[in-house]
Design a protein around this ligand. Structure first.
Ligand code: BG6
Ligand code: BG6
Ligand code: GLC
Ligand code: GLC
Length: 874
């Protein structure tokens, strides 16, 4: 570099007037501390602007998030490849980071040339060239057979959304290859590598040289949290608090920001500082108007700056060197030119160089002082002790540069104790640290993916489920197979849909969904607890409505499997979901309710019908849409009912018309027929439930259990050290913490990660943002499978209805209710998509029951009451 070489000239005798002359001529380049403090303040404002979401698009200092979150902790290990492109030299390296915190790094490297026709030619050829060099390196080092992770040090401004991706914002320095700007350089290089069949490398990290430098230095000095390059180009990075980085979700911990300070002033912020020489230099550069700060500082430009100054001085007669000689000066050829400057000229030239390089150091110091102040303020410290990792040929080779820089920084920020640490091994060692962390993350990701894959069902698997459900539906209807069927296909004695003539006042009670829950405390004895509690609630309601004396007709929505012999009789087969009151199973629920009313002896009720919630839902919707012949609940539990031809129902006499069948499909799979898709987590949930071995399909599809499956997965991932820092908290051990509403909130697309994290924190799960991402994914996998399984079941029933009626095409409406269907952001969509996919000949309309199943139960009560009366009259 011209300026650097000139500095090496040694003069013993200084001629004061020469110096004064130059000083006067370059007055504008000598920056006072006052000016530097002013520049420092401007850079502080620029950083603020670059970090803000709204202000970033117009900010010239881009403050790019790097997705490097932590400095090395010594636990990094492994063997890595590394590319170092963008500084004065292009290198390919192999880095071996030793294990067990011995802080031992071995590197083998090879330099490759970067001819102008490559770095300013066609972009694809540039990446092919880089890939060729890598292939050559692997061949000479005999590494072809190895699959190694690669860290790519790429010293240009890239917008990253993750560590292994970066869109080039613009070329800087000497590079200007066509068609690369605005593309992801990692995928470009990956593509170029594909041409080499024997290359099997995975680019895990894209790292700016400042970041690599900081990490290299941090490996030896954990206080290092800033990286500065003063070489061909100039730039700095530092560790910023996540809460200040608007462009990246999450607010905990820190992330390294690549400031790209070289572009400081591109918006005119430094016009008062720039001189006519800076303007002239800029006009003749590869990127006019860009990197204006860099052009006042870095090695690539200082020589040219000196040349322009000398040229002007020669023209003004201030130098005795002939103008043509100065004009002909190119970098590094002063001596070759055989110029024989006079001593006075030499002194003048040297002094020009001093002024130019001191200005450079001063400007760097001002910007660095701004970063240090920011760090100190972020940490709310009166005094900051920190280390700055340094690299770049100008800083390394120039004899006075470091001293000048250090001195000015210390003067500008007297409340910072700064150690400047030279990166001896370039930025590669640091890039390897970043890659090591990335490769650990990748391995962990693989483990997480393996778990999630268990929940991904293929189309074939879903078709299989549909087929088996179909078979079970048939078994349940047949006398011979009914006893052993897992899908019980219970006749409901509801024969028809409401016809609109129903009128009168009816009461309905709705027990078994999320609301009207059993009071806490676990188990209840029949006589004195559950039903008395229900009656108590009815009494309160009647009081409130002033209906105690009316002995109104009453429909009882009871959302559990009941074997019915008539509309007002139902024997509880077994509790499901969260209920387990003793002495109820095998008993008639209407009788139990009547007895409890009698015991209370306060009011009378005419219980006319006992109705499953699916049936109530179908009737509610059927009131609006006569085509509604299916009722579906996807809530706390999961179940479906539908209108079946009487002739198919072998358990009930008569062949005319239809009757509603409560399938109780929740029991599907209790004979093991879907065990091939049940995971260890499903089994754990089953074992921890109130009814082990029962309701296996329900336990994979309904709200009460999805949260439990999620919890089991989270426990497992935590045990594997993949979540919650490997700590299983008491909360995570608590059954039932993930209610449907939380699942739904967590999976909402509108929710930012931070909000997910807040929900988890509300649940007592102290999670990081990475944890929150994983939790959200787990929830997504579990709920998606649930919706698909539910869809496969529904597809079985609509296909059955279509075939039974001998139709080419069936149009049918499904009345739906349940918190999972209603609240979850994706469940209903996935369910509908699955039905469409698996039953393409059926045109299924989904109708949400807005009024719950109570309205339907009342309608059934009205019909039954009319029937009862007409029977009495006859
Ligand atoms: C090297 C680093 O030591 O310094 C490179 O390994 C970096 O990543 C370079 O780009 C910067 O200095 P220069 O002077 O080569 O641009
Ligand atoms: C309600 C119905 O709307 O939904 C209940 O009125 C039904 O009868 C319930 O049991 C089902 O949903 P969840 O989510 O409350 O179990
Ligand atoms: C240029 C690049 C920047 C790099 C610096 C030092 O300013 O834009 O990314 O860090 O040079 O090499
Ligand atoms: C359970 C019950 C069933 C009910 C469903 C939805 O599966 O057994 O009767 O319909 O939950 O609430």
């Amino acid at each position: 570099m011209f300026a650097v070489h000139l500095m090496a000239f040694y003069f013993t005798k200084l001629k004061e007037d020469q110096i004064k002359k130059v000083d006067r001529f370059l007055y504008h380049m000598r920056l006072s501390d006052e000016t530097l403090l002013d520049i420092m303040a401007r850079f502080q404002a620029e950083m603020e602007k670059g970090l803000g979401k709204d202000t970033n698009p117009t900010a010239s200092v881009k403050m790019l998030p790097t997705f490097v979150r932590a400095i090395p902790d010594g636990s990094e290990n492994g063997e890595f490849l590394s590319l170092d492109l963008g500084g004065s030299k292009f290198r390919v390296l192999k880095v071996q980071v030793s294990e067990e915190g011995k802080r031992n790094v071995q590197m083998e490297s090879q330099f490759y040339p970067t001819p102008n026709e490559i770095i300013r030619g066609n972009g694809s050829e540039l990446f092919e060239y880089v890939a060729d060099c890598l292939a050559d390196f692997m061949k000479t080092k005999e590494l072809q057979h190895k699959k190694l992770p690669l860290g790519f040090t790429f010293s240009f401004p890239c917008r990253q959304t993750k560590l292994e991706e970066g869109v080039l914002l613009s070329w800087t320095k000497k590079f200007k290859a066509r068609g690369v700007q605005d593309t992801d350089v990692v995928s470009r290089l990956t593509k170029a590598m594909k041409k080499h069949k024997d290359l099997d490398v995975d680019i895990l990290a894209l790292v700016n040289d400042t970041v690599g430098t900081m990490m290299t230095c941090a490996y030896d000095d954990p206080y290092c949290e800033v990286g500065v390059i003063i070489g061909t180009g100039t730039n700095a990075c530092y560790m910023e608090d996540m809460s200040n980085i608007d462009l990246v979700e999450g607010d905990e911990g820190r992330m390294c920001i690549n400031t790209e300070w070289g572009a400081f002033g591109d918006d005119g912020a430094l016009e008062d500082i720039r001189t006519e020489f800076d303007r002239e230099l800029d006009l003749g550069s590869l990127n006019p108007g860009k990197q204006l700060f860099e052009k006042m500082i870095s090695g690539l430009y200082l020589g040219e700056l000196v040349r322009l100054i000398l040229l002007k001085m020669a023209k003004a007669g201030l130098l005795f060197i002939e103008t043509q000689h100065v004009a002909a000066m190119e970098k590094e050829i002063l001596v070759d030119l055989g110029l024989e400057p006079s001593e006075a000229d030499c002194i003048a030239v040297q002094h020009v160089c001093t002024i130019v390089s001191f200005r450079s150091a001063n400007l760097c110091a001002a910007a660095l002082a701004a970063i240090l102040t920011r760090l100190r303020e972020n940490k709310k410290l009166a005094r900051l002790r920190t280390t700055v990792g340094m690299d770049g040929t100008l800083y390394k080779i120039h004899p006075q540069y470091p001293k000048r820089l250090h001195k000015v920084v210390r003067r500008l920020v007297p409340n910072c104790d700064v150690r400047f640490l030279l990166s001896e091994s370039g930025s590669t060692k640091g890039a390897a640290m970043v890659t090591a962390v990335a490769s650990r993350v990748q391995a962990q990701r693989k483990q997480i993916d393996e778990v999630l894959a268990l929940f991904r069902l293929t189309r074939e698997q879903l078709v299989g489920v549909q087929g088996r459900m179909r078979a079970e539906l048939e078994y349940g209807l047949k006398k011979k197979t009914q006893a052993l069927a897992t899908v019980k296909m219970l006749p409901t004695y509801v024969y028809g849909m409401p016809d609109g003539t129903e009128k009168g006042k009816f009461l309905a009670l709705d027990l078994g969904g999320t609301n009207f829950r059993v009071p806490p405390g676990g188990e209840y004895r029949r006589e004195f607890c559950l039903f008395d509690h229900i009656v108590q609630c009815i009494a309160d309601f009647l009081d409130y409505m002033g209906l105690k004396r009316s002995a109104a007709a009453f429909g009882f929505t009871f959302s559990f499997p009941c074997r019915q012999m008539s509309i007002d009789k139902g024997t509880l087969i077994g509790w499901t979901k969260g209920f387990k009151a003793t002495d109820c199973e095998g008993e008639d629920v209407v009788d139990m309710l009547r007895e409890a009313i009698k015991r209370r002896n306060e009011f009378d009720l005419d219980i006319v019908a006992v109705v499953n919630d699916t049936v109530g839902t179908m009737m509610t919707c059927g009131y609006e849409d006569p085509n509604c012949e299916i009722g579906l609940i996807a809530g706390t539990g999961s179940n479906m009912c539908y209108m079946e031809e009487m002739r198919n129902i072998e358990l009930v006499d008569g062949d005319e018309g239809k009757m509603c069948i409560n399938t109780e499909w929740g029991g599907f799979g209790d004979n093991g027929c879907i065990d091939d898709i049940r995971t260890q987590y499903d089994k754990e949930v089953d074992e921890g439930s109130l009814n082990p071995g029962k309701q296996r399909y329900e336990k994979m599809t309904s709200g009460m259990y999805l949260g439990e499956i999620v919890r089991q997965i989270l426990i497992d991932l935590t045990k594997q050290g993949l979540l919650f820092r490997g700590q299983i908290s008491e909360r995570l051990r608590t059954r039932g913490i993930f209610e449907t509403k939380f699942l739904s909130q967590i999976e909402s697309d509108r929710l930012a990660l931070l909000q997910v994290r807040r929900i988890l924190q509300q649940l007592g799960l102290d999670s990081t943002c990475e944890d929150s991402i994983v939790v959200k994914e787990v929830c997504g996998a579990v709920s998606r499978r649930a919706a698909q399984l539910c869809g496969a079941g529904l597809a079985a029933i609509v296909e059955k209805r279509r075939e039974d009626q001998g139709l080419e095409h069936l149009r049918i409406t499904v009345g739906v209710d349940g918190t999972l269907y209603k609240l979850h952001p994706h469940f209903s969509r996935v369910l509908q998509e699955t039905v469409k996919e698996l039953a393409p000949q059926c045109d299924v309309t989904f109708m949400l029951s807005e009024d719950g199943s109570g309205k339907g139960a009342a309608l059934i009560t009205a019909v039954a009451k009319r029937f009862q009366q007409s029977r009495k009259e006859n």
